[in-house]
Design a binder for this molecule. Sequence first.
Ligand code: SAM
Length: 229
Amino acid sequence: MKIEILTLFPDIFTNLLSESMVGIAIKKNALEVNITNIRDFATDKHHTTDDYPYGGGAGMVMKPEPLYHSIKSVNSENTPIVYFTPQGKLLTQDIVNKYSKLDKFIIVCGHYKEIDQRIRDTLVTEELSIGDYVLSGGEIPAMVMIDAVARLQPGVLGDIDSALTDSHQNGLLGCPHYTRPPEFMGMRVPDVLLSGNHKKIEEWRTEKALEITKKNRPDLLERFKLGNR
Ligand SMILES: C[S@@+](CC[C@H](N)C(=O)[O-])C[C@H]1O[C@@H](n2cnc3c(N)ncnc32)[C@H](O)[C@@H]1O
């Protein structure tokens, strides 16, 4: 799969692309990430990419021309174009799963006050948010998406079951995990996990997942019960 990133701050991505699961995905050719600097598509001699907002007010707006030409430089027909914005639909595991199966998609990273609305109206195919707070730019949301889809690419994780049993894949949060030693500072690993009884272990994990979801995300539990994810 190929992800095209359009940004004014390409260096932000450097470490992400060589470390951990994203680095492994790229080394294994399961993922290609191409970074394009929107500033390269500015047409004036000062390489201007933002300007004052019409109507006045604080903050600068990213100009449409460099955005338009940078998108066109990496776009092919029907390629999904994501714009991360606090105004977008909340990014969920279901949406990540959908994007992880594509051959290619584009992420446009906004910055400053906003990007020119005409780009959103005409080129962007989906607006997504990573949560109800405001960051300085779309680069961190783009990194979130890259990491989330990279770990789902075939052959990237040692055992894909690890990703498929994580929080959110079945609509619930994950369960607690323990490793050696069986006792640490007086705290024992629950007996059931040492029992070797796989049926009982599965039942315990489901019970804990339901308990944690009820405590921390009752909204998810309600949706899970309704079969409405
Ligand atoms: C300072 S924010 C702009 C916020 C915008 N004026 C608003 O009120 O919605 C700059 C850029 O960061 C990105 N961004 C900030 N918070 C985000 C979030 N929670 N999810 C996704 N993108 C976000 C977007 O690309 C946004 O255009």
